[in-house]
Design a protein around this ligand. Structure first.
Ligand SMILES: Cc1cc2nc3c(=O)[nH]c(=O)nc-3n(C[C@H](O)[C@H](O)[C@H](O)COP(=O)(O)OP(=O)(O)OC[C@H]3O[C@@H](n4cnc5c(N)ncnc54)[C@H](O)[C@@H]3O)c2cc1C
Length: 308
């Protein structure tokens, strides 16, 4: 129930408005967000590189309903790629189609993303396309296939909670695409997604095996130790190379596990979001884990305590 409540709040514009002006909310969100500026994001990326992981920077923003804003978001990504190259940090970028104008027009969205992909190609870098809620899945998969036909340096997130995920995965692998497999972070009806966690986990394990044996470099985006152990065992049993894939995890989540994987010689990429549009992203992170709610409450309680 708490999951649905947080996911419903994540799209509430009134709460969004209030939360992004609250100093306390910003402080709590900073566990998951590497500040509001490109400078703080580059510093975070440098620090992550230092302990052995690579990065993908996400300039927060979604559901853009204005053409100019979508173009500005694409221009911001060009600047981010320039800054990554100038700073010499090991980082890709990750973006959301709805930030690039998908809700306005597929053509606009594709042009915006393609400009980022082309700039990234010039730097030998890579662009990840995040997957949003299910009304956009079909359009995003089709958009990805068109982009992938023209550029090699672009990957797409797929969500194992969706019934259609296996079919999408097969199709994208068949065109040589690169996938980040995650479980899925949105509120979805049972017609399109498995409602039970055990079914999502079962599907995730099955699909990760398909990716690992695809013969293409792929990514597994999860913090679930059971999924990670399954992958590690599968890779050992099949004598697969650790270089054929990477784990991906979110900034601020299971840092212990992140460091353990690095120590064991696995590739790890950390997804580092930044920017002032952090509210929906933060609410999805709260929805993922009840303990995050206690973390939030603890901060609220400390703030309410009289100071001496
Ligand atoms: C790199 C990356 C990119 C992603 N991109 C997308 C995307 O494009 N589209 C999309 O829908 N989803 C995306 N996600 C989110 C993903 O779909 C899940 O919602 C999220 O990763 C939680 O699932 P899990 O696999 O970690 O497993 P879960 O079973 O949810 O969690 C397993 C364990 O991980 C830890 N954990 C998980 N989430 C949190 C959290 N928020 N705070 C603290 N601990 C936590 C807990 O210890 C938990 O017990 C992405 C995730 C990653 C790692």
């Amino acid at each position: 129930m708490w999951r649905s409540a947080f996911l419903a709040l994540s799209t509430n514009r009134g709460v969004h408005h209030v939360a992004t002006r609250s100093t306390l909310a910003k402080k709590v969100a900073s566990r998951f967000i590497a500040g509001e500026t490109l400078t703080t994001a580059i510093e975070a990326a440098r620090e992550i590189n230092r302990w052995g992981a690579s990065v993908e920077l996400d300039y927060l923003g979604e559901s853009v309903l204005d053409e100019r804003q979508a173009e500005e978001a694409a221009a911001a990504y060009l600047q981010i790629l320039d800054a990554i190259a100038e700073a010499g940090v090991g980082s890709h970028v990750s973006l959301k189609p709805s930030q690039m104008g998908q809700e306005l027009s597929d053509t606009l969205c594709e042009q915006n993303i393609e400009s980022v992909v082309e700039r990234a190609a010039g730097y030998g870098s890579f662009v990840w396309v995040d997957m949003e809620s299910s009304p956009y899945t079909e359009r995003t998969v089709e958009l990805y296939k068109r982009l992938r036909a023209r550029h090699e340096n672009v990957g797409i997130a797929l969500q194992a909670y969706l019934h259609r995920c296996k079919a999408d995965l097969r199709e994208i692998v068949s065109v040589g695409g690169t996938i980040r497999l995650c479980k899925g972070a949105y509120q979805e009806p049972a017609q399109v997604a498995f409602p039970e966690k055990r079914d999502v986990d079962r599907n995730y394990a099955l699909l990760s095996e398909m990716l690992l044996t695809s013969g293409l470099f792929q990514a597994l985006g999860t913090h679930d130790e059971k999924m990670i152990d399954h992958t590690v065992e599968f890779v050992k049993a099949r004598d697969l190379s650790k270089e054929g894939f990477e784990f991906q995890m979110l900034y601020g989540v299971r840092r212990d596990l992140q460091e353990k994987l690095i120590q064991e010689g696995y590739n790890l990429r950390v997804y580092v979001p930044f920017g002032d549009q952090w509210y929906p992203y933060f609410m999805r992170r709260l929805a993922e884990r009840p303990a995050n709610l206690f973390f939030l409450m603890g901060n609220l309680a400390r703030e309410a305590m009289p100071t001496r």
